[in-house]
Design a protein around this ligand. Sequence first.
Ligand SMILES: NC(=O)c1ccc[n+]([C@@H]2O[C@H](COP(=O)([O-])OP(=O)(O)OC[C@H]3O[C@@H](n4cnc5c(N)ncnc54)[C@H](O)[C@@H]3O)[C@@H](O)[C@H]2O)c1
Length: 256
Amino acid sequence: MPRLSGKIALVTGAASGLGKRMAQRFANEGAKVLLTDLNGPGAAAAAAEIGANAASFPHDVTSEDQWIEAIAEARRVFGGLHILVNNAGIGTPGSVEQTSLEDWRRVHAIDLDGVFLGCKHAIPLIRETTRRENSRGSILNISSIAGVIASGRMAAYNSAKAGVRHLTKSVALHCAKDAITCNSVHPAFIDTPILDNFQAAGVTKDEVKAKLGRQIPAGTVGEPDDVAWAAVYLCSDEAKFVTGAELYIDGGISAQ
Ligand SMILES: NC(=O)c1ccc[n+]([C@@H]2O[C@H](COP(=O)([O-])OP(=O)(O)OC[C@H]3O[C@@H](n4cnc5c(N)ncnc54)[C@H](O)[C@@H]3O)[C@@H](O)[C@H]2O)c1
């Protein structure tokens, strides 16, 4: 029996990287998946790769109106919602002195406001769907190990991802009696296009990965599936008693 059989999921930032991989794994595990992204054609291409159990929707997570439309699209296309994965995010490097107010606000708008808006507008449809079926729902917020361990060079990202960690616990408590879980995952460096931020001129991606891997006890950066399999578990009924939790997917960084 597939682990997400009968579930309907919405994954943001699903045109690329972790979001795309989670959407693929969810569909393989029996879910119907709405892939949303600021990059609408990219989300459409990723949905087409998955096939009949996937649809896409162009969606800027900083826009409350577009969140309302995206949730309505899940209802229109698949008839409800059980799972929300707040995955869309950007990582802008810079110390507190180097970060402009504009960049600070942009990172928080996408990485934190987007998660707030997603929870706020998805919960009513998840509650309605799960009450109707006597089933269960889940929200998974993709934070970062940078939301737990700070760096002098990631001020805005550290702040926004730490906010996601604590917002997750508030949402978990708000939804606990509704049979809706809310958890956060905290990956370290995973091999996706976001690592391009670390690539200086004349340095290859393999050199970047090797350098980042040396900061990790496991000796290597992670793969998208390292996060996708955790997401399958946390969004399945296997994890029905796991809520408000934070899972570090970091090759041992936080154990040091
Ligand atoms: N890859 C890593 O090393 C790593 C580590 C920790 C946390 N994360 C987090 O994982 C999440 C996914 O990152 P990724 O590595 O797959 O990066 P990625 O750049 O491959 O994917 C991010 C996706 O988000 C989309 N996006 C950006 N702004 C958006 C907006 N305003 N509205 C909707 N979509 C938007 C992009 O178009 C892109 O498709 C992010 O929240 C990131 O902070 C990644």
